[in-house]
Design a protein around this ligand. Sequence first.
Ligand code: AMP
Length: 186
Amino acid sequence: MVRIMRMVFIGPPGAGKGTQAERLVKTYKMAHLSTGDMLRAARDAKTEVGVKADTFMSAGQLVPDDIIIEIIAERLGSPDCRDGYLLDGFPRTIAQAEALDRMLAEKGTPLDAVLELQVPEEELFRRLAGRGRADDTPEVIRQRLVAYRKQTEPLLDYYRQKKSLKSIDGLGTVDEIFARAKAALN
Ligand code: AMP
């Protein structure tokens, strides 16, 4: 029996969050909610939201909070979220975290954990430069790291104050990091 788990997964771009997220959702039977994946799907489908989001994404900037919050509010109402979920790449700003808290308070379903994957900035730049995604030009990579530092890092204190933050070292093999994640969550 695996208990229901609702969690937020935070980490800078290039930290290896996607790989660990995939393993975590399998192990804990959570729905995988990646706002990056949702936005890329909307962009590829050329929906109104997707076209608007693309102007921010291709510059390495965060998509405006109101767009993201609406997407997540709708997604959290889906049946597959009833048995737990992992939020991957959301929230990324204090405003998004506060909106999430309000939504979950209304539903009476608080978060069980906030997990942070820690990787030093030099290592991130090295990894991102080697990843070769179309939007990974050095300038866009730099912008994404700046956005993380300025807009997302303040969330760590936000969740630390709520005593829900667990941080793990993101350097090592996939197996080593996954073992740390499980230990932190159990
Ligand atoms: P990711 O795949 O999580 O790195 O997301 C790719 C891009 O989508 C980011 O660089 C942002 O432009 C946008 N994005 C994803 N999630 C969010 C979010 N929660 N808030 C704002 N922008 C986001």
